[in-house]
Design a protein around this ligand. Structure first.
Ligand code: HMG
Ligand code: MG
Length: 299
């Protein structure tokens, strides 16, 4: 049967805003994070400590993180690619960090200026030091299903990098469908391959972008497999700079609508979350792509 409770890992303030053309003022980001936390999302990915030239939208991480730290560092994961990023995050009291690898060489190069294995070597001291400091580490893996340059990605290639991230000491994985090409059969296949390689479902999260309208179906396939860590972004914010047609993540509201309909607990107050996404859509000057946000705000 399906799980009775899941944890939604909210990525709107990071994955969403990093890919929006509008650079949102720091104070507005802080209000966004507070409102999402108040709507009951247990985990609110806040920002990234990356090179500011690579992601100008998140260049204000040093100012933003202290403005939201009252939410509690255990609810506020941040992305960290290397030791420089880890130093910046730890100095501000961050306790949950995420490294972000790639299943493909093309994306590793484009996103991290490294080969897949060079990126893993860069993460090794980051994960070790974060664990020594008592932190929790997520290992993202991008392009788990398809890659804009390389096409379909063989599951064995994904499994190898997942194993490597677990072996580095990551507490959980998040399987990224960065360009949104996956379909539910592919999801089931990859989850089974990971289990066969000794990766327990309890450590696996899923991260679907909605480019082809499959994100909710893919998440449901993962739920049926027993996955209980589900990534989504409020209002479906976001895109992907390396795949022009890619849209944002699965909208959190669409996910919550389905989960509550299934009787699965999330802790999320859907009306408060929807009001937050309507407000953010006004800030960004474009309507939310989430069908649930549109339906609930035009009742
Ligand atoms: P690089 O150019 O190879 O950097 O970039 P480097 O190591 O050669 O260092 C060059 C300079 O950058 C040095 O300064 C460093 O100090 C500085 P200099 O000595 O020349 O003055 N530097 C930094 N400054 C601030 N913070 C840092 C940092 N690191 C180095 N952390 C690097 C390598 C990893 C830094 C770069 O490629 C980078 O920042 N990439 C980040 C890309 C990114 O954030 N992408 C989006 C997140 S991933 C994603 O969205 C996918 C996901 O959602 C899942 C999915 O959907 O698939 C997670
Ligand atoms: Mg993403």
């Amino acid at each position: 049967g399906l799980p009775t409770r899941v944890r939604i890992h909210e990525v709107g303030a990071r994955d969403g805003l990093q890919n929006e053309q509008t650079v949102v003022p720091t104070g507005v980001k802080a209000e966004f994070i507070h409102r999402i936390a108040d709507a009951g999302l247990p985990t609110v990915e806040a920002t990234s400590f990356v090179h500011p030239k690579w992601v100008p939208q998140l260049a204000d991480a040093e100012r933003l993180f202290p403005m939201v730290s009252d939410v509690g560092p255990d609810r506020l994961p941040v992305l960290v690619p290397n030791e420089r990023g880890l130093d910046r995050a730890l100095a501000l009291g961050a306790r949950r960090i995420a490294v972000f690898g790639s299943a493909t060489e093309s994306f590793a190069k484009a996103n991290l200026n490294r080969t897949v294995d060079e990126a893993l070597a860069m993460f090794a001291p980051v994960v070790a030091r974060a664990k020594d400091a008592g932190g929790h580490v997520r290992g993202y893996l991008s392009m788990c299903f398809g890659d804009p340059w390389e096409g379909p990605v063989p599951p064995a290639q994904v499994v190898r990098v997942c194993r490597a991230l677990i072996d580095l000491g990551c507490d959980e994985l998040s399987l990224g469908d960065t360009i949104g090409v996956a379909t539910p059969g592919h999801v089931r296949h990859l989850l089974a391959a990971l289990n066969e390689a000794g990766v327990s479902t309890s450590r696996i999260g899923v991260h679907f972008h909605d480019t082809y309208g499959q994100a909710l179906a893919n998440t449901f396939a993962a739920l049926q497999h027993g996955v209980t860590t589900l990534d989504a972004s409020a209002g479906g914010l976001g895109g992907c700079p390396y795949a022009k047609s890619a849209t944002g993540n699965l909208a959190t509201e669409d996910l919550v609508w389905m989960l509550h309909g299934l009787g699965i607990e999330t802790g999320v107050d859907l009306d408060r979350l929807t009001a937050t996404s309507v407000w953010m859509a006004e800030v960004l000057g474009r309507p939310s792509p989430s069908r649930t946000v549109r339906a609930l705000s035009h009742k």
